[in-house]
Write a protein that binds this ligand. Structure first.
Ligand SMILES: CC(C)(COP(=O)(O)OP(=O)(O)OC[C@H]1O[C@@H](n2cnc3c(N)ncnc32)[C@H](O)[C@@H]1OP(=O)(O)O)[C@@H](O)C(=O)NCCC(=O)NCCS
Length: 158
């Protein structure tokens, strides 16, 4: 999704307001999750956001979202945010985020989704780290006992 940064979307420093970027990322990620699952999807958690670079007023911003791994009913979606250089038109990476979406039926109950096979090296790296991030998110949400987070614990034993 490519869009402009308008004055009503900026903070007092004339940079894109963080909440506005979160909303844009949520919208792009939900489209990606919906296209993968062909279901209604809801945001279950925002696992990581890094506002590495500010996004100035008038910027052309591209929000790129991809499902990095599909579990039983949930999907991890990776979001990369790019800004066009005004003169060269080249895109530079400004921010990234990781969201979790769950596919649900009309009553809001989680439903099974198809799996994903990563192709590129980057897709493989993101796919492999996704289970660890899912466990971390569940532990932080109080939905998983840290003792059961085997993939996450393995990270500290390396
Ligand atoms: C997201 C939601 C459907 C999950 O319902 P639930 O009762 O926790 O369902 P489950 O325990 O079966 O979890 C469903 C999946 O979500 C995953 N999940 C739930 N909470 C999670 C979290 N905090 N982080 C990562 N994954 C999470 C579970 O691991 C499970 O994944 P899997 O089936 O792929 O293994 C439910 O909490 C909900 O409807 N929340 C509100 C969503 C919403 O309105 N979002 C917009 C905010 S305004």
């Amino acid at each position: 999704m490519t869009d402009l940064v308008l004055p009503s979307e900026t903070n007092p420093l004339n940079n894109l307001f963080g909440g506005e970027l979160l909303a844009r990322m949520d919208r792009a990620a939900s489209i990606s999750a919906r296209r993968h699952s062909r279901r209604i999807v809801v945001t279950a958690s925002v696992n990581h956001v890094a506002f590495n670079k500010s996004v100035p007023l008038g910027s052309v911003v591209t929000v790129e979202a991809k499902v990095s791994r599909a579990f039983k009913t949930s999907m991890e979606v990776y979001i990369d945010v790019w800004i066009d250089d005004r003169e060269s038109g080249e895109k530079t990476k400004a921010n990234e985020a990781i969201y979790t979406f769950v596919a649900v039926d009309d009553a809001g109950n989680p439903v099974k989704i198809p799996s994903i096979t990563p192709q590129t090296t980057e897709e493989q790296t993101r796919f492999e780290g996704a289970l660890r991030r899912k466990q971390l998110s569940l532990v932080l949400a109080g939905k998983m006992n840290p003792h059961d987070a085997t993939e996450l614990k393995a990270l500290f034993l390396k």
